[in-house]
Write a protein that binds this ligand. Sequence first.
Ligand code: NAD
Length: 246
Amino acid sequence: MILQDKVALVTGGTSGIGRATAIAFGAAGAKVVFCDRPNVEGEETAALIRETGVECLFVKADVSSESDVQALVQKAISTYGRLDCAFNNAGIDLAVKPLHEQSIEDFDKIMSINARGLFLCMKYEIQQMLTQGAGAIVNNSSTNGLVALPGISPYVASKHAVMGLTRSAALDYAKQGIRINAVNPGPISTDMVDRILEPLGITVDSFASTVPMGRVGQAEEIAQAVIFLCSDAASYITGQPLAILL
Ligand code: NAD
């Protein structure tokens, strides 16, 4: 229970890595606030979190909307009184094709959620953490925030933007008790990987052969890295990418 009595926020918390991390925050003792897009329901995930014996709250919020993000952070504070940890995870992928075939609309959409949305979340989370003089934020980038892959240039750009925001903000608040790190997952078994691989005719198993361990990761394995980075065990770590698995 290394996050006993802490309050943790997860964006995009109803599926994949976000859901696994919301459940892991609960298992680590934290009260959990999680959000997802307004057309997504959160009750199934909430029930899984409550099974761990902790309180949780689901809020419908689109991270690309400033008013939604402001209301989300405000709801966390008005419900539980503070905000100790945040996992900015909400993100989208897009169709695989070379840059000149990518549409401007798709570029703007992915940047508005993966980069601008994450910026908005950090902006309002940090405002609260400054009043407390403490906090830990983990941003979900990707191995594509560290190295490129062909065919998904807007996604790669958005995940490099996450690294820029992480590193720069970590320096902004290093003396004020707020640590900001990133996780950089390789291929993890979620709906997103299925959506990317299926149109390419690539199976998860064949993709796994490109990874040193010879298997794709599980969402729970990213969740445990997030819990570590949010805990006091990582008290001297800030501004860092944690690549899992390059
Ligand atoms: P996923 O599609 O299962 O989860 C993404 C979640 O974000 C969904 O619940 C979705 O509804 C939510 N979301 C999307 N847009 C949103 C918005 N505007 N506002 C609020 N919520 C929104 O996929 P996942 O694999 O769990 O992805 C989670 C994060 O991990 C993403 O940022 C993704 O880029 C990153 N990532 C995934 C992998 C992987 O292999 N699966 C690898 C590296 C990084």
